[in-house]
Design a protein around this ligand. Structure first.
Ligand code: PLP
Length: 214
């Protein structure tokens, strides 16, 4: 099956209010262009160097999502053009994003990454850290915090994944308003569960572009 077909298949299954970020990390420009030609505009990358290279080479009306852990010393490279930063996991990063957004005379949209998975290695903020950060959002005039992002435990248990998404969605609903309206959850192996549990943005890579070989 082609990239376009796989993309179309997923889009047909998505409720209208759920958007799709096609995660193109490790994939060549030609794969992105195929999806682009079919009308898709939102792509996600998790390496700063890959993202800046692709953004330079590919059409300018692509919305580039930065989906991975972002190091503060690399913010400056993506600040001029990034569309949405998905995984803000510290106040330090938020401060750097503010600084670079101001330098570039723009507003950068961000999601706060909530830690819901059991694995030690996954980055993210606790619900109380998120509540505290949101109280300080006036300190970040060039940042628009538009919602939450999370990754569930990499588990075969649908119940476990669902419970993590459910807990997050209850918290998200308690914060939700016009400006804070994005819940970025769901990847290739769990997006149907995420959509049932309130996702408004899924991030899908391998189900569209095929498996990655690192
Ligand atoms: C790689 C990645 C995805 C997509 O993963 P797939 O399993 O290929 O769909 C989504 N979100 C983040 C943060 C990722 O790093």
């Amino acid at each position: 099956m082609s990239i376009t077909q796989r993309l179309t298949d997923i889009k047909e299954k998505l409720p209208e209010q759920v958007s799709l970020v096609a995660v193109s990390k490790t994939k060549p420009d030609t794969d992105i262009l195929e999806a682009y030609e079919s009308g898709h505009r939102d792509f996600g990358e998790n390496k700063v160097q890959d993202l800046t290279g692709k953004a330079e080479r590919l059409p300018k009306d692509i919305n580039w999502h930065y989906i991975g852990h972002l190091q503060t010393n690399k913010v400056k490279y993506i600040a001029p053009f990034v569309y949405l930063v998905h995984a803000v996991d510290s106040e330090k990063l938020l401060k750097m994003l503010q600084k670079e957004a101001a330098k570039n005379n723009r507003t950068i949209k961000c999601l706060l990454q909530a830690k819901i998975a059991k694995e030690e290695t996954k980055f993210g903020l606790s619900f109380s850290d998120i509540t505290d950060l949101l109280k300080k959002k006036d300190d970040y005039p060039n940042i628009k915090i538009v919602g939450l992002m999370a990754m569930a435990t990499n588990s075969k248990s649908e119940e476990e994944v669902r419970a993590e998404f459910q807990g997050l969605n209850i918290f998200f609903e308690s914060l939700k308003d016009e400006d804070f309206s994005i819940l970025s959850i769901g990847m290739s192996n769990d997006w149907p569960i995420a959509v049932e549990e309130g996702s408004s943005m899924i991030r899908v890579g391998s189900s569209i572009f095929g498996p990655r070989n690192y």
